[in-house]
Design a protein around this ligand. Structure first.
Ligand code: NDP
Ligand code: HSE
Length: 435
């Protein structure tokens, strides 16, 4: 094929390196599908000496000056893979302002500045694509923007962080400690450069903000998402969950209730073992969507890692090349976002699991039950676990559906109740069988 579309790649780390490998190793196949050759002309790096032989063997041009890419008229597409918000957002804007289409996997930028970047790309009539930003290699952005566009989406929930799902799997199945499991996830290239974003749920919160924005056609940002991570989960919570017929998963959950409004949460959830998301383990992610026409649909695959994410990024590159060749860039813009109502905390309902450390003596249960009753919280089951030698016991309580506001108010009372020594853990339970 004679024609070649040239790319400027920003960042050559885990995913950037993967994109170079996939575009080079599969180049004949890709050229046939794209209708022309695709070549990475220049890579922006901070330190050329860091490039590994697995990358330098492809003889790609290298620079530490962004202007070399922006001012190169041969480069039509900029692929941003440096991560974090700044200067990535400014680099993306500069590329679009130079008339270049942009592909990114950067959910940090999308969750804060998605709307303004969609609008800028629409104004400049270039593509702005980001399939790799959510769910690594799983196709979910394009399905939401295209295949499912005819639906009114009522909910979107999923395991959308590979690092934490890998950690929870290793902790529950192989008994690894939290620190060991995190170190393994980092070594495999799953974690963010700052892994606190993974374990504190921020990465998943950014992703659910992106998904909910597309699903509900409104611009949600990180600030609109209530976030709890897995950093307080203990091995005993995972064990108790197992005893009760549940597994613990970090879920992103966004719902659009026509009456009460939109909710967006990230928290560890107890999920019945029979739920389709319960068996999604290791680095796998899955996203479960409900639309009025399609019903339930689940998207499953590797949620992080070099080649799975490169697969999504390269898919976007090929799609952009096709649009360039057909003078059709900017076809799918995101600038139709409307302002929509967010659900107030007193209307946001879910069953809840409490693990309390209490004094093991008569009347304790009654004191706790009356705290819950005062907040209209109905108890589904109570189990006393681990009576200890020091006169303390662990109490596990599962409630029926309770509002987020009631949970917060009951916690304030429990924390000062003399018989309660510690509120060790509070987890939502996503169980349709609990009223
Ligand atoms: P890495 O940290 O592995 O790679 C980022 C690279 O960008 C590093 O080589 C870094 O260089 C370079 N870089 C950072 N800032 C600059 C700059 N200002 N100029 C030039 N180079 C710069 O990250 P990943 O590859 O893992 O992630 C890239 C993006 O993809 C992120 O947005 C991430 O959230 C996203 N993503 C990652 C996934 C994964 O599984 N890893 C999955 C899905 C999305 P240096 O080494 O000098 O710091
Ligand atoms: N750190 C992220 C994760 C990378 O573990 O899911 C993929 O977005």
């Amino acid at each position: 094929m004679e024609k070649t579309v040239k790319i400027g790649l920003l960042g050559c780390g885990t995913v950037g390196g993967g994109v170079i490998i996939v575009l080079n190793e599969n180049k004949e196949e890709i050229a046939k599908k794209a209708g022309c050759n695709i070549e990475i002309k220049t890579v922006l790096v901070r330190d050329k000496t860091k490039l590994k032989p697995e990358i330098t063997k492809y003889n790609i041009g290298c620079t530490d000056n962004l202007d070399d890419i922006l001012n190169d008229p041969e480069i039509d597409i900029v692929v941003e893979l440096i991560g974090r918000v700044h200067p990535a957002k400014e680099y993306i804007e500069a590329a679009i302002n130079h008339g270049k289409s942009v592909v990114t996997a950067n959910k940090d930028v999308l969750a804060d500045y998605g709307k303004s970047l969609f609008n800028l790309a629409a104004e400049k009539k270039v593509d702005f694509q980001f399939e790799g930003a959510v769910g690594g290699g799983i196709p979910i952005i394009r399905p939401l923007r295209a295949c499912l566009a005819a639906n009114k989406i009522s909910s979107i929930m999923g395991i959308i962080n590979g690092t934490t799902n890998y950690m929870l799997t290793k902790m529950s199945e192989e008994g690894l400690s939290y620190a060991q499991a995190l170190a393994e996830a980092q070594a495999k290239g799953y974690a963010e450069s700052d892994p606190t974003a993974d374990v504190e749920g921020i990465d998943a919160a950014r992703k659910i903000a992106v998904l909910a924005s597309l699903a509900f056609n409104t611009a949600l940002t990180l600030k609109d998402v209530h976030v709890e991570g897995i950093d307080n989960i203990e091995a005993c919570d995972i064990e108790y969950a197992r005893d009760l017929g549940y597994v613990v998963k970090l879920l992103g959950i966004a719902k659009n209730d026509p009456e009460n409004g939109i909710t967006a949460n990230v928290y560890p959830v107890m999920l019945p073992k029979s739920h389709p998301l319960a068996s999604v383990n290791d680095v796998y992610n899955a996203i479960y969507v409900n639309g009025d026409a399609v019903g339930d649909a689940m998207f499953l695959g590797r949620g992080a890692g070099r080649l799975p994410t490169a697969s999504a990024v390269c898919g976007d590159i090929i799609d952009t090349v096709r649009n360039l060749n057909n003078h059709a860039c900017g076809r799918i813009s995101g600038n139709l976002f409307e302002k929509k109502k967010m659900c107030p905390p007193e209307k946001e309902m879910a069953p809840c699991y409490f693990r309390l450390l209490v004094t093991d003596r008569p009347g304790v249960l009654a004191a706790i039950a009356s705290t819950f009753a005062a907040q209209q919280m109905s108890i589904a089951s109570v189990i006393q676990k681990n009576v200890m030698e020091n006169g303390m016991a662990e109490l596990v309580i599962i409630t029926n559906k309770v509002s987020k506001l009631s949970i917060d108010l009951s916690l304030r009372t429990l924390q000062v109740l003399p018989v309660v020594k510690d509120v060790c853990s509070v987890l939502r339970v996503e169980d349709p069988n609990l009223p």
